[in-house]
Design a binder for this molecule. Structure first.
Ligand code: GTP
Ligand code: SPV
Ligand code: MN
Length: 598
């Protein structure tokens, strides 16, 4: 029926695509091969259509700018659904819709949605080509912007169909249409039982690059539990010490809380003997290795990073990464064809610039409420190939991954949580992860700054009932003979005036140094002290040499206020109670221990 699809050998892929094409009725079908010629042709077409704008060829070779619709700038958790047969499988942490109802609803929008348009078929691999831990997905979309992003974020094209093989049914089926971008008809639907995703009505990253949050986290967390591995919202990095030993850690921070920055850290002047190797900045898939350790791969091929705040001081590696072959979304366009954003190294352009909406913009402009009018959208993003990152680990595509010695949880907390502390054991670590909290950022719709529980930074991304997820964490810990040590960090503690107490960014290596020391030499005891919440560094064991941070400020950063913590323990109940009887008893057990110790 659809001639273009006859070149696809795998009958399961072909018949699913026929089904999708029958529903969406495209005028053309293009099967992406991932070639340079294809990229050039698609880019030219999107430039023609105004979907992309070319940037300064000398300063930013191969870079383009895209502006989303103004009502379509972040993930929409309230329009994101887990569609399982049983409501309970989705849990109180997810919006649930019955699969039949979901498909009926969305089918009405998908029906004929690609009439007069081209349906792009994007086969892709998550994980290094040939890795036993990699997975294949196929995304159908009517957006060239999506295709070009997927080309950077995944290993896309013919090689994905090769990896899948002629007869395998084991691939994720992702259907996306930008449709009319109407938020009233916007749905991000997941069918974990069918390894399928339907996304309609949005053109923004996390809602439409179905490889990323939809597949590599929501669906993969479901698959991981079924198959015995873990899919987590974690960066992966290697810390090479002055003696040349590299220790790998994985860290889960909520959206826009510093994963990309930490993954690309540059050692401060006083720690020059160290080197940080970036393996991944957002997602980790982890398996138990033959050697009894936990091994992690980065399933992605690029970075979809937060732009504002990025500069040569905070993240030079990111700045260098985005100088070429990068898609910028929702930033300021300067008259010379280069781009700008809040906290850029260069001063704000005073004439000839367009803001993220495409309107003339100057830095003195104000919003209606008198606040400064931002030129770049706070959740503006860059899409850039991981291979361009100066700190990319030489082994980042190793099919077996890297061995993880420490798992780090972290949030954005103005108060309560100290700079760093260590869990007493795995079960305590799971409790720390399960009760993590953070202030809401621009990465999702909702009230900014509001503290919310975000267990393991997975609240928006766990594809099933989080009570079962906590249980799975507890169970898998018992199956890892040599599990990573678990830590919690907080770079965002403030003083009375609301100023950050900790310099952050490159200086975070000082905290990583303590973590590595704790994780690799557990026999040492002089560098940590027991407290009710876990093990906290002694003030002499965090190196603050060369920092403006005073000893007194460090003490403040490491302080545990029993009054605040008692309130913290109580406030956890509002979230934990939602899971009722399903909440593993170990979580309550750890909560009880903390309460008693306080
Ligand atoms: P997602 O891509 O949304 O998952 O976010 P992410 O966790 O990768 O966040 P990212 O590293 O992009 O950081 C987001 C914001 O946090 C940026 O505005 C950074 O400038 C800021 N940030 C990152 N690290 C630090 C830090 O150590 N201290 C402070 N104060 N801010 C930081
Ligand atoms: C996040 O919000 O955690 C991101 C960006 O990494 S998005 O892909 O849009 O989800
Ligand atoms: Mn993320």
């Amino acid at each position: 029926m659809f001639d273009e699809l006859s070149s696809i050998e795998n009958p399961h892929v072909r018949s699913w695509l026929e089904e999708v094409a029958t529903l969406t009725k495209p005028s053309n079908i293009h099967i992406c091969d991932g070639s340079e010629e294809e990229k050039a042709a698609l880019t030219a077409q999107a430039l023609d259509a105004g979907e992309l704008e070319e940037l300064n060829k000398e300063e930013l070779p191969g870079c383009v700018l895209h502006r989303t619709a103004q009502n379509d700038v972040a993930r929409v958790e309230h329009l994101t659904f887990i569609c399982t047969n049983e409501e309970k499988a989705a849990g109180p942490n997810n919006n649930w819709m019955a699969p039949n109802e979901a498909k009926e609803k969305a089918s009405k929008i998908f029906d004929g949605v690609m009439e007069g348009r081209t349906m792009y078929v994007v086969p892709y691999v998550m994980g290094p080509i040939g890795s036993p831990y990699s997975k294949v997905g196929v995304e159908v979309t009517d957006s060239i912007y999506v295709v070009l992003n997927m080309r950077i974020m995944t290993r896309m094209g013919s090689r994905a169909l090769d990896q899948l093989g002629p007869d395998s049914e084991d691939f994720n089926r992702g259907l996306h249409s930008t449709a009319d971008r109407n938020p009233d008809r916007r749905y991000i639907m997941h069918f974990p039982e069918e390894n399928t995703i339907w996304s309609v009505g949005s053109g923004y990253g996390g809602n439409v690059l179905l490889s990323k949050k939809c597949f590599a986290l929501r669906i993969a967390s479901w698959l991981g539990r079924k198959e015995g591995w873990m899919a987590e919202h974690m960066l992966i990095l290697g810390i090479e010490d002055p003696e040349g030993r590299t220790t790998y850690v994985a860290a889960a921070f909520p959206s826009a809380c510093g994963k990309t920055n930490l993954a690309m850290l540059i050692p401060p002047e006083s720690m020059k003997g160290y080197k940080i190797w970036t393996v991944g900045d957002d997602i980790a898939w982890m398996h138990i290795g033959d050697d009894g350790r936990l091994w992690a791969i980065n399933p992605e091929n690029g970075f979809f990073g937060v732009v504002p705040g990025t500069n040569m001081k905070t993240n030079p590696n990111a700045m260098i990464t985005v100088q070429k072959n990068t898609i910028y979304t929702n930033v300021v366009l300067k008259s010379d064809g280069t781009v700008w954003w809040e906290s850029h190294d260069d001063p704000a352009p005073t004439e000839g610039a367009l803001d993220w909406k495409g309107n003339p913009w100057t830095p003195d402009m104000k919003e209606e409420d008198g606040s400064p009018k931002k030129g770049a959208q706070p959740n503006s993003r860059f899409t850039a190939p991981a291979s361009q990152c100066p700190s990319i680990a030489p082994n980042w595509e190793d099919p077996k991954g890297v061995p993880i010695s420490a798992i780090i949880f972290g949030g954005r907390r103005a108060r309560v949580a100290p700079l760093v502390y260590e869990a007493r054991d795995w079960q305590h670590g799971v409790y720390i992860g399960a009760t993590m909290a953070s202030e809401r950022t621009a990465a999702q719709y909702g009230k900014q700054g509001e503290v919310r529980r975000d267990p393991m930074a997975m609240l928006p991304f766990c594809g099933y009932n989080m009570a079962d997820y906590f249980q799975y964490w507890l169970d898998i810990g018992k199956r890892i003979p040599n599990p990573p040590k678990i830590f919690h960090v907080n770079w965002f503690r403030t003083d009375e005036e609301g100023k950050f107490l900790w310099p952050g960014f490159g200086e975070n290596l000082r905290v990583l140094e303590w973590i590595v020391d704790r994780a690799t030499t557990p026999e040492k005891t002089e560098n940590a002290q027991e407290t009710p919440i876990g093990l906290v560094p002694t003030t002499s064991s965090i190196n603050i040499e060369g920092l403006e941070t005073t000893q007194e400020q460090l003490e403040d950063l490491l302080k545990i206020d029993p009054k605040e913590w008692k309130a913290e323990v109580e406030s956890q109940n509002e979230f934990l109670d939602k899971f009722g009887e399903d909440l593993p008893k170990e979580i309550r057990e750890e909560q009880g221990k903390l309460k008693d110790a306080l």
